[in-house]
Design a protein around this ligand. Structure first.
Ligand code: ZN
Length: 368
């Protein structure tokens, strides 16, 4: 059942109205756009769910039973019936898979939802209706869905839904944590698109609270790994610095240790040697040293490949013009600058070969 809660709506509107009045005085740092639509941000409320939306610039709250099937979109309360809201505990997602026949990977979507969808459609990973159509293939999002661009929620809910469809078809969708997911979860909001500053103000909260442990997507993100192994490939947003191996973490412990720090304050992270490394510049979400001229550049990847028992490492984070191979094909870089909102590519591995997949659906053998 859907209920509109008028009193709360008015309460939420008040700060937004006050804010709109104040904007000219404080210099209009945040554009006020009454056309903004966003959400829903869904929160667990005891046995029910509360959805907070921004509709034409106004806050709306709807209540749902936890059994409701909600397909969240941004069309202002237009709710259709696809995936059921799933309930996530503290269980981490599995992060090791073998015998996977085909893999696609991209990263750094950063709110450019349209390009993301065009890439998946052009390569038959989804059909014209946006539904999974890649059978037992695995799609990997190598981090950085959040920040920068204006259509972040669309991508998050789309992936939330696609995961269930892929699972049902014997395939899989993997979402890896990037530095921008971690920044938002930890309250570092420097890279928000102005739309999301507006959304947070309109919903009378801080943006990171919209992804707190009380929210469906916040809890979902907290189950995501920082590193993933499929066949003999390792996927990680930034890269693995050899010093990380000195922490002596098993692959599983790398993910659980990283996840354990997601809700720590910066001070608490600083005081923990392992977390300080994992969340720092040489840690898996920030490191860029596989590329020429970057800080802490690395020439010998063998110890890392050996430690993880893999042949290749797939990374995002460091922007390229196109999907590219480095170190004789040992490193595959999939951040193809989708964040600029102009173009982008997807890495495809099928029949034992790597391809650059373009927006027009072309596949080009990846030169190594
Ligand atoms: Zn990044």
């Amino acid at each position: 059942m859907l209920h509109l809660l008028q009193p709360k709506k008015n309460l939420l509107l008040l700060p937004a109205l006050l804010f709109m009045l104040l904007v000219p005085v404080i210099g209009g740092e945040v554009p006020v756009d009454t056309e903004y639509n966003d959400g829903p941000y869904i929160f667990y409320q005891g046995d029910s769910l509360e959805a907070r939306w921004v509709c034409n610039g106004n806050a709306i709250i709807t209540r749902h039973s936890s059994d409701d099937s909600i397909f969240p979109n941004t069309k202002c309360g237009k709710i259709s019936t696809v995936p059921k809201i799933r309930h996530f505990g503290d269980e981490a997602e599995p992060a090791e898979f073998t015998d996977v026949p085909k893999i696609a990977a991209l990263s750094d979507i950063h709110g450019q939802h349209e390009i993301f969808i065009r890439l998946l459609t052009a390569h038959g990973i989804i059909d014209q209706h946006g539904h999974w159509s890649w059978g037992n293939g695995h799609l990997v999002i190598v981090g950085d869905i959040l920040d920068r661009g204006p259509r972040v929620m669309e991508t998050l809910w789309f992936l939330y839904s696609l995961e269930a469809q892929a699972n049902a078809a014997g395939g899989r969708v993997h979402v890896l944590l990037g530095n921008h997911e971690v920044m938002v979860l930890q309250g570092d909001l420097r890279y928000l698109h102005p739309k999301y500053e507006f959304v947070a103000k309109t919903l009378n909260t801080d943006y990171d609270e919209l992804f707190s442990k009380k929210s469906v997507l916040g809890r979902w993100l907290r189950t995501k790994p920082v590193a993933l192994k499929i066949n003999d490939f390792l996927f990680v947003h930034g890269g693995i610095h050899p010093q990380m191996l000195e922490l002596g973490l098993s692959f599983t412990d790398l993910n659980t240790t990283f996840q354990s720090g997601l809700d720590y304050s910066r001070e608490a992270i600083d005081q923990d040697e392992g977390l300080d490394f994992l969340y720092g510049g040489r840690g898996p979400i920030w490191y860029r040293g596989y590329f020429p001229g970057e800080k802490n550049e690395l020439n010998d990847l063998k110890p890392i490949l050996a430690a993880f028992g893999v042949q290749r490492i797939v990374v995002g984070h460091t922007s390229m013009e196109v999907v590219s191979a480095f170190h004789g094909g040992r490193v595959l870089a999939v951040d193809s600058s989708i964040k600029r909102g102009e173009t982008g590519e997807i890495l495809i591995w099928e029949g034992g070969e790597f391809f650059r997949g373009t927006l027009t659906g072309e596949r080009m053998l990846l030169g190594q």
